[in-house]
Design a protein around this ligand. Structure first.
Ligand SMILES: Nc1ncnc2c1ncn2[C@@H]1O[C@H](COP(=O)(O)OP(=O)(O)OP(=O)(O)O)[C@@H](O)[C@H]1O
Ligand SMILES: [Mg+2]
Ligand SMILES: [Zn+2]
Length: 351
C-alpha cells in the first residue's frame, strides 16, 4: 500500500456496512485518514497479540523426525503444544510440504482418519497427547447449496425451535422439523430446500438458478405463513435466512441458543454474511473462517460443559495461510478467535 502512487480505500466496514469509497489519495495522507486502513497504517490501531505463552523445557511437544518430502533436507521439528506456532519462510521453501504433506497426513493416519499417504519422514512422536487433528484449509466447505452459515454452526436448530413454539405451528402440529431445509416435508420438494436449481457446467463453475416452484424461498407457502415477531418485525423462516448474521444478532438478542450459536461467526469477522448464504458461494478465506467458527462453536459447548479447561486432551488445528487476503482489522478478529481456542487448551499451527 505504501508503495502505491495512489490508494483507493473501500469501506467503511464489510458487507452491508461497506460498498463506499472512504479514501482516495496518497499513502502519506491515508495514514491520517479516518478509516480502518488509515488507523492501522498510522499506528492508531494495532492487532492485539494477547498474552504470550512461554515455551519452556516442560511444555508438552510433538516431534516430527527426518522429513525428506520434496525439497525438505532431513528436517526434524519440535512443535510445542497448547501454543500458537507459526511456520514461515520464503515462497517455495517447504512450509506447505512440511505441514500439509507430511505432518497433517501423519497425524490424520494416527487418528485413523482418511488421508493421503504422509510424505517421506522417519517418525512422529507425541501424537497421543492430542485428542484430534483438524486441518482448516481454504477449500470449499461442501458442494451442497443447502448448507449455509446458520446450519453450519447449528444456529438453525435453535431458530426452528422458535418457529415450532408459534401458536399457529402448535395449532397445525408443526414441529421444529417442519422448518428444516435439510430434511422433512416442510421444504420445497423441487429444490429440496436449497431455493436453487444447481446446474453443473462441464468446464465452467457451477450455476445456481432460483427455484421456480418456491421462488427461491425454500419452503411450502403454508410454512412461510408462520411468522415470528422479533424486533418489531414479522419474520418467516425464509426472512430469517435472508438476515445477515449481525442483523440476526440484534433481532434474536434475547434468544440465548441462537446467540450462542452465531457468536462464533461474529468472532471470526463474518458478521456480514447472510444466515442463508449457500456455502459454495463463500470465498476461500470466508470458508476457512466459517470452518473455524464451527470449531469455536464446538469449543464453546465443551467449555460450557467442563467449565474452564478441556475435559479431554486438546485438538491440534493446522491452518493454511490463515491471513491471506485479510485486512489488519480481519486479522485482529481472527487473532481473538484463535486465542479463544488456545484459552481452552487447544494447539495451533500454520504456514
Ligand atoms: N508435488 C510436488 N512435486 C515436486 N516438487 C514439489 C511438489 N510440491 C511442491 N514441490 C516443490 O517443493 C518446494 C517446496 O514447496 P512448498 O509448497 O512446500 O513451499 P511453501 O514454502 O509452502 O511455499 P509458498 O509460500 O509459496 O506456499 C518447492 O520448490 C516446490 O516447487
Ligand atoms: Mg505453501
Ligand atoms: Zn424450491
Amino acid at each position: 500500500m505504501l508503495a502505491a502512487d495512489r490508494v483507493i480505500d473501500m469501506g467503511p466496514g464489510p458487507g452491508e456496512r461497506g460498498g463506499e469509497m472512504v479514501f482516495d489519495g496518497t499513502p502519506a495522507d491515508l495514514r491520517n485518514a479516518d478509516t480502518l486502513t488509515g488507523a492501522y497504517l498510522g499506528a492508531r490501531k494495532q492487532i492485539g497479540m494477547g498474552l504470550k505463552r512461554l515455551v519452556s523445557d516442560n511444555t508438552p511437544r510433538m516431534i516430527l523426525e527426518g522429513a525428506t518430502q520434496h525439497n525438505l533436507k532431513n528436517v526434524s521439528i519440535e512443535l510445542p503444544l497448547q501454543r500458537l506456532v507459526c511456520i514461515t519462510g520464503v515462497s517455495g521453501s517447504g512450509k506447505s510440504t512440511l505441514i500439509q504433506d507430511v505432518l497433517a497426513p501423519a497425524l490424520m493416519r494416527h487418528f485413523g482418519k482418511a488421508t493421503e499417504a504422509p510424505g517421506a519422514h522417519d517418525r512422529l512422536l507425541g501424537a497421543e497427547q492430542l485428542s484430534d487433528v483438524v486441518f482448516v484449509d481454504q477449500s470449499p466447505i461442501g458442494k451442497t447449496a443447502r448448507s449455509n452459515p446458520a446450519s453450519y454452526v447449528g444456529a438453525w436448530d435453535a431458530v426452528r425451535e422458535i418457529f415450532a413454539t408459534h401458536p399457529t405451528s402448535k395449532q397445525r402440529s408443526y414441529t421444529a422439523s417442519k422448518f428444516s431445509f435439510n430434511s422433512g416435508d416442510g421444504r420445497c420438494p423441487s429444490c429440496g430446500g436449497s431455493g436453487f436449481e444447481h446446474v453443473e457446467m462441464q468446464f465452467l463453475s457451477d450455476v445456481y438458478l432460483r427455484c421456480p416452484d418456491c421462488d427461491g424461498k425454500r419452503y411450502w407457502p403454508e410454512i412461510l405463513e408462520i411468522k415470528i415477531e422479533r424486533g418489531g418485525r414479522a419474520l418467516s423462516a425464509f426472512d430469517v435466512l435472508e438476515l445477515t448474521v449481525s442483523e440476526a444478532a440484534k433481532l434474536f438478542a434475547n434468544d440465548r441458543d441462537v446467540i450462542r450459536a452465531i457468536q462464533p461467526i461474529i468472532d471470526v469477522g463474518l458478521e456480514y454474511v447472510k444466515l442463508g448464504q449457500p456455502v459454495p458461494t463463500l470465498s476461500g478465506g470466508e470458508s476457512q473462517r466459517l470452518k473455524l467458527a464451527g470449531f469455536l462453536a464446538e469449543a464453546a459447548r465443551d467449555a460450557a460443559k467442563s467449565k474452564q479447561r478441556l475435559a479431554t486432551k486438546g485438538t491440534l488445528f493446522l491452518f493454511d495461510e490463515p491471513t491471506t487476503g485479510l485486512h489488519f482489522e480481519d486479522i485482529s478478529k481472527l487473532m481473538r478467535a484463535l486465542r479463544k481456542l488456545l484459552d481452552v487448551g487447544h494447539s495451533l499451527g500454520g504456514d
